[in-house]
Design a protein. Sequence first.
Length: 113
Amino acid sequence: VQLQASGGGLAQAGGSLTLSCAASGSTSRINAIGWYRQAPGNQRVRIAAMSRDGSTWYEASVKGRFTITRNNAKDTVYLQMNSLKSGDTAVYFCFALTNKHYWGQGTLVTVSS
């Protein structure tokens, strides 16, 4: 499985950004897909995930502000990020789980206050 993330950039506090993660390869084997983020000096933390059956999970700090969706025809997962805060500044990584863990490249999100 290969993952291509895009959509990062600069946003103002209170604004919105949408990240995309396009999967290719053995996508039929993906059991879960989603996003981690890593702020400067911090560990990488999972923030949103969607399982094969469409159920979703969110880390507490983003619940209610971020939404993960997917387009099965495009094998693409999106992370809609609303009400952005300066604390959301991080490098965002998409991931996919089969019997292995796959990472996409990071995309930087910077939120200015």
